[in-house]
Design a protein around this ligand. Sequence first.
Ligand code: FEO
Length: 405
Amino acid sequence: MGFASLKPDVYWVGAIDWAIRDFHGYITPKGSTYNNYLILDEEPTLIDGVKLEFVDESIGNIKSLIEPARIKHLVVNHIEPDHGGGLSRLLALMPKATVYCTQKGKEGLSRYHDISGWDIKVVKTGERLKIGRRTLQFIETPMVHWPDSMMTLCLEEGILFSQDGFGQHLASSQRFDDEFVACASEAEIEDSVWDYYANILMPFGGIIKNKIEEISKLGVPIGMIAPDHGVIWRKRPEKVLGMYLDMANGKADERVVIIYDTMWGGTARMAQPIMEGLKDEGMDTRVMKLRATPLSVAIKEFWRARGCLLGSPTLNNNLFPYVGEFLIYLKGLRPKDRIVSAFGSYGWAGGAVKLAMEEFRNMKLEVYPETPTVNYRPNPEEQRACYEFGQKFARATREFHKRFL
Ligand code: FEO
């Protein structure tokens, strides 16, 4: 009996992936879940699928509640394979089911599955599906997370089935926010939301804000948010809605993160006094060496902090590759509202710091103009200059942070 009850006749029938540690390159130290939901109304309805490797688990949960052949509707909010991968297997057991998805969803499904025998109905924002006592309303949410994405609102229950939105990569025996907070902590769930948003949804903050507004204008009180990953927001959906709005509006902690890598220790010997300078100026500071830190963790720390100092040695007139990798990932996430600068050591010709600053300018981040560079390794005088640079950057970050208060 692996299912969980959200409300009478509304069930979670998904699967917990305790073992996943690499989610298409995003490191998931706490695993994840693939959530899908079953509504037992006059016309039984399944909302979303699960990853192919977990489809038997979901089928087992469904079978303990209903014979799958009786399912009348399958809502596909999002086609990415962590949700859509098992759809062919599910539909083979549900021959009478009509599939509801967006136009982009249909196009994408045709690339992943043989949909020739599927009864697909393309839906748009505002369209409704009456399944008995309950009504489902569809809301297209393109790019949250893929162009096909939509959310489904159960009007009578006030449950928003939000696919990737409001999710967390968090495997847990608890299915609900209140249960999780009671067993673990508020800080852990918050950190998981920051992590997920930073790595999956950061580029789409503006769209998210508009969609939250659009949904609130429907006038249906949202009593529960049921995402496709992590815990269901049963007790405090307003908590995650507030966090998303804050992040979309540029919220960050008053903190500086130093993200760096080093070849022979020169850049590391700059990072240390810079950190001391930041600390002595009263700035909360974290230091992350890229080769010791999964990229997705470095991105989350970047996103949580108001300021970032990026340290890179120069290798072959270029960025150190690990730093280059970080910048490529960061650029794609289109960050905003952060103050940044760069520092680093070089052997015979520099270049890395200049290239990092160019990237930051292209990202339209707030660029702090001073960029300490040293030949090979810093001498005591240069370390002192690094310390003072840390102090100055702390003051600049504090000033910049005020714009968002
Ligand atoms: Fe969880 Fe965009 O897939």
